[in-house]
Write a protein of this length. Structure first.
Length: 221
């Protein structure tokens, strides 16, 4: 499941956006105050998308955008009643990926979110010689087929989304197992060992699932 952080102080609009994003399969964290969001971002920017209102109490969205950009390259979408060309340019210069003026069409917002988060994923993907089918939970190399568990599929999707980036064990646990389950980090290591046996030509010299000592893993395709 992909995680979105929404910072919007107009509560009726925020509730509508959050409800519809959750119906699309996203998990949404909402803040209605720029200062509260700023404090949160100081220690946590592990989201797949930030949706920021520009005009917020105490700290505006542009300042939040600059703060986020110092820590991560995760996509940022601005929502704003300020929709002039200069306003959009200011937002994009601050590091945003997209800018949607208010009022906006809900369907357009959901489409932009889907594009920014790659939520319009193909049903299949390839790792080395293997093709992963996300609908049938299986992999094939043309001559051999193997089933995958839901956790294996979720972990593969996370790595594909974050290709080339270091993904910490704590983030993997939160994203794949959720905050209500308490597996150990050794559980993740066992999954990676199994992936290496399947996808790597030489599991002892991996080229796809790489360990980052003391942190987590980096996936390269």
């Amino acid at each position: 499941m992909k995680h979105i952080c929404l910072v919007e102080d107009e509560m009726s609009l925020a509730e509508m956006i959050q409800l519809n994003l959750e119906m699309e399969g996203f998990e949404v964290k909402h803040f209605d105050d720029g200062k509260l969001a700023q404090l949160h971002f100081a220690t946590n920017v592990e989201y797949d998308l930030f949706i920021l209102d520009v005009m917020l109490p105490h700290v505006n969205g542009v300042e939040l955008c600059k703060q986020i950009r110092q820590q991560t390259s995760v996509p940022i979408l601005f929502l704003s009643a300020k929709g002039t060309t200069s306003d959009r340019i200011e937002g994009l210069k601050a590091g945003a990926n997209d800018y949607l003026p208010k009022p906006f069409d809900l369907e357009e917002l959901l489409l932009r979110v889907a594009v920014l988060t790659n939520h319009l994923n193909d049903e299949t993907a390839k790792i080395g010689a293997w093709e992963i089918n996300f609908k049938t939970y299986s992999i094939s190399n043309g001559t051999e087929n193997q089933p995958l568990t839901k956790k294996e599929v979720a972990l593969i999707q996370l790595f594909l989304e974050r290709e080339g980036e270091v993904v910490s064990r704590s983030e993997i646990l939160d994203r794949v197992w959720g905050k209500d389950q308490f597996p150990t980090t050794r559980t993740i290591d066992n999954f990676i060992l199994n992936f290496r046996k399947i996808f790597e030509d030489d599991p002892k010299v991996p080229v796809h699932f790489l360990s980052v000592r003391g942190v987590g893993y980096r996936f390269m395709n």
